[in-house]
Design a protein around this ligand. Structure first.
Ligand SMILES: [Zn+2]
Length: 416
C-alpha cells in the first residue's frame, strides 16, 4: 500500500496509472464501437430493443462524467478508470484474499499467545500508588524538529508552548526504526524486539496494564484493516475495548480522497475520563493517531491552513524539488493541528481531579526536505529527522501533589 511505501514509490505508482487511464479511455471507446456495431447489426435484423436499452444505459452512465470532464478532464479520466478498469477489480480481490489469509494467521497467533502476563510475575505493592487514569498517545510520522516547542523556526505549537512550564518535555528521544509497525510493537512489547521484528510474543503494555488492574481501551484513528497493519490492529483488539474512529478512509487514507481527522479520538477519551471521575475505576487509554502521515494536506481541516508562504523557509542548497516549500507548509499545518489536539488532551488530563498522567510520543519522525531532497520515512534511507521524535508528559495537579518526587527524578532524565 502507499502508506507503507515512501513518496517516491507513490509517485511511481501514480506515473504507472497515467498510462492505465489512457488505456481505460481507449478500452471504453473500443467498447462503445463494439456496442454501436451490434446496435447497427440488430437494427438490420429488426430486433434492436435490447441493444437500444444497452446503448442508452452506457451513454447515460457517461453523462455525469461528461459534465465533469468539461471542468476537470483529469479527474473525470481518473473516475472513468476507477469504474471501468477490470484488472483493478481482479487485483483487489486477490489482495483481499491474501490479506484475509494474513489476517487470520495473525489472529490465530494472538489468540494462541497464552497467558503471557502470568510469566512476568507481576506484583503490585500498593495499588493506591497507581494513578487511576493513564493516557498514552502514539503519534505518527511526527518529527520533533518541526515543533516550535523543540525550537523549530516556525511557531507550529503555540498551545503546547503556552503550557510548557506544566509539561515534561524530553529533549533527546529517538526511535530505532522509521516504520510504524516495528516502532509501535517495539514500544509496547515487554521484550526487546530485534530490528524490524513485529511479532511480540511476550506481554505487551496492554497485558501489563490489565495485570495491574487497569481497564484498557485502545482508540485508533488509523484503519482497522489495512495492508500489513494487522499486528497493530490485533494489539489494539487485545485491550478490553477497541474503538476504531476511522470508518471513512480505505487503506490508510491514501486510496481515495477522504480524510479522517484525529480530533475524532477526543469524545471517546472524554467519556472514559468522565467515567474515571464518577466511579474511580482504573483506566488506561492508548490513542493511536494518524498524526502527520503523508499525504500531509489530508491531516488538518481547511481552517488550519496557517502556513502558506514558503518564502520565509530557508532550504538547504541541494533541495531542488520545486514543491518542497509547499510540502513543508502542509507538514507544518499538520503539526499545528496536532498541537491543538495534544493541548486539548493534556488539558483534559491536567484538569481532572483524579491522579492522572498522559504521555505522548511518535512512532517515528519524518524527513521533510531537512537533510535530503526527499520527504517521507524509510529505514533504507534513515535521517535524523526520521529518528528524532517528540516525547512529552503531562500530569494532573493531584498527581503532581502526590508524586512530586517522582516527577523530579523524571525531570533529571529530560536531557539525556
Ligand atoms: Zn508510522
Amino acid at each position: 500500500s502507499i502508506l507503507q511505501s515512501n513518496p517516491a514509490e507513490a509517485l511511481e505508482f501514480t506515473e504507472a496509472y497515467r498510462s492505465r487511464i489512457l488505456g481505460t479511455l481507449a478500452g471504453s471507446l473500443m467498447l462503445l464501437a463494439v456496442l454501436s456495431f451490434y446496435y447497427m447489426k440488430s437494427r438490420i435484423r429488426g430486433s434492436y430493443r435490447a441493444s437500444v436499452i444497452l446503448a442508452s444505459i452506457s451513454i447515460l452512465m457517461f453523462i455525469p462524467l461528461l459534465s465533469k470532464a468539461a471542468v476537470t478532464p483529469k479527474l473525470a479520466a481518473w473516475d472513468l478508470h476507477e469504474v471501468a478498469y477490470v484488472d483493478r477489480l481482479t487485483t483487489s480481490l486477490l489482495r483481499y484474499r491474501g490479506q484475509m489469509i494474513a489476517w487470520n494467521k495473525e489472529r490465530a497467533r494472538w489468540q494462541n499467545r497464552g497467558d503471557v502476563a502470568s510469566g512476568l510475575d507481576l506484583k503490585i505493592t500498593d495499588k493506591k500508588k497507581l494513578a487511576p487514569l493513564v493516557v498514552v498517545i502514539i503519534g505518527e510520522s511526527t518529527t520533533r524538529n518541526h515543533f516550535g516547542l523543540y525550537g523549530y523556526s516556525r511557531n507550529t505549537t503555540p498551545r503546547l508552548d503556552k503550557m510548557r512550564d506544566d509539561l515534561l518535555v524530553f529533549e533527546d528521544v529517538i526511535t530505532p526504526t522509521a516504520h510504524t509497525i516495528p516502532a509501535v510493537m517495539g514500544a509496547l512489547c515487554s521484550e526487546q524486539l530485534k530490528a524490524g521484528e513485529i511479532n511480540c510474543n511476550a506481554a505487551t503494555m496492554i497485558d501489563i496494564a490489565r495485570g495491574a488492574g487497569y481497564k484498557v481501551t485502545w482508540i485508533s484513528n488509523q484503519t482497522q484493516i489495512g495492508f500489513d497493519d494487522s499486528s497493530i490492529v490485533h494489539l489494539g483488539k487485545s485491550a478490553d475495548k477497541a474503538i476504531f474512529v476511522n470508518q471513512d478512509v480505505s487503506s490508510a487514507g491514501e486510496a481515495d480522497r477522504n480524510v479522517s481527522l484525529d480530533a475524532k479520538v477526543l469524545q471517546p477519551l472524554k467519556n472514559i475520563v468522565n467515567q474515571v471521575e464518577d466511579t474511580g475505576e482504573m483506566n488506561m487509554v492508548f490513542i493511536h493517531l494518524m498524526g502527520a502521515h503523508f499525504t500531509y494536506e489530508k491531516r488538518y481541516p481547511e481552517e488550519m491552513e496557517i502556513f502558506r508562504d514558503s518564502k520565509e523557509l530557508e532550504l538547504a542548497e541541494d533541495i531542488k524539488d520545486p514543491k518542497a516549500g509547499s510540502i513543508i507548509n502542509h507538514y507544518d499545518n499538520a503539526i499545528a493541528y496536532q498541537d491543538q489536539l495534544l493541548a486539548d488532551i493534556f488539558e483534559t488530563v491536567q484538569k481532572t481531579p483524579v491522579e492522572a498522567l498522559s504521555l505522548y510520543f511518535s512512532d517515528h519522525g519524518e524527513e521533510v526536505f531537512a537533510n535530503q531532497n526527499f520527504h517521507g520515512h524509510s529505514d533504507d534511507n534513515l535521517t535524523a529527522a526520521m529518528s528524532e521524535v517528540p516525547f512529552i508528559l503531562a500530569v494532573s495537579d493531584s498527581y503532581r501533589k502526590t508524586h512530586g518526587k517522582r516527577l523530579d527524578v523524571l525531570q533529571g532524565f529530560r536531557e539525556h
